[in-house]
Design a binder for this molecule. Structure first.
Ligand code: HEC
Ligand code: HEC
Length: 211
């Protein structure tokens, strides 16, 4: 971690302000002009707000199994969740860990963060359709909104689920069902979970996490 921090700080120290989506830096040393680009979103995530402490440097390796991966997630969905976590409209489960972090982030900064996170590549592996969770995902019609491989989305605010941490998915499903998670478009979810019991949720969450 120390080495990462040192590297990160070294990057910050040479970055200076320029245009809104990328920052350019010129290093006059060695008589050469070098240009290093660090997206504004990456800088906010990695340096200014150190979101990586919980979600991982690449946003794919959260520190706890019930913390979400953010890499490759739908941009508009990420933006909406950040707003809801900041306003408290989304307040359930472990959101208490998020709220103090979001309180410092303004809306202008949320946009480039969401843009950068959604641009990160994720690999989705073909699902094992014989798993119990795969069958339930189909029979409970999750695919209608989240797509066949859970890596697609019906609307711009419907999240991708493929490869997400199982514990995180399970907690979200329980919280939608009990209406503890009641932000933005959560009503859509609750309706669909009324006929899904906890064992079924666990199986679905396990399958989704293998993709
Ligand atoms: C102290 C740990 C911690 C830090 C630091 C943190 N987060 Fe989070 N974040 C969480 C947890 C925990 C959740 C899930 C809350 C829940 O629903 O249980 C979360 C959820 C999210 C979500 C919603 C994801 C989804 O799939 O719905 C987004 C987006 C997010 N965080 C972005 C950020 C950004 C951007 C930063 C930096 C400004 C940040 N987080 C810093 C712990 C953290
Ligand atoms: C009618 C459309 C629809 C159907 C059907 C649906 N979902 Fe969703 N799902 C959504 C929307 C919209 C959201 C985002 C809601 C919000 O803003 O919090 C969501 C969010 C989620 C989340 C939270 C993801 C995160 O990153 O926090 C999980 C997990 C999830 N759905 C799982 C499922 C499962 C499993 C099924 C099948 C039992 C299902 N969904 C069926 C529309 C749907």
């Amino acid at each position: 971690m120390k080495t990462i921090l040192t590297a990160v700080l070294a990057v910050i120290s040479v970055v200076s302000c320029s245009n809104p989506t990328t920052k350019e830096t010129t290093k006059p040393e060695n008589g050469k002009v070098e240009t290093a680009k660090l997206s504004v979103g990456a800088e906010l995530y990695q340096n200014k707000y150190t979101c990586f402490r919980c979600h991982g440097m690449n946003a794919k390796t959260p520190v706890e199994p019930n913390y979400p991966k953010l890499a490759g997630q739908i941009q508009a969905y990420l933006l909406q969740q950040m707003k809801d976590l900041k306003s408290g409209a989304r307040a359930h489960g472990d959101t208490g860990a998020m709220k103090p972090n979001m309180s410092m982030v303004n809306e202008e900064e949320m946009k480039p963060i969401a843009e950068w996170l959604s641009s990160l590549s994720t690999t989705v592996t073909p699902g094992n359709l014989s798993m119990e969770g795969a069958k339930l995902y189909q029979s409970k019609e999750c695919l209608d909104c989240h797509g066949d491989d859970a890596n697609d989305n019906e609307t711009e605010k419907t999240p991708k689920l493929a490869g997400q941490n199982a514990d995180y998915i399970l907690q979200q499903m329980k919280d939608y069902k009990s209406a503890k998670r009641a932000n933005s478009r959560a009503k859509k979810m609750k309706r669909n979970l009324s006929d899904v019991n906890e064992n079924e949720m666990t199986a679905i969450a396990e399958w989704l996490s293998t993709l």
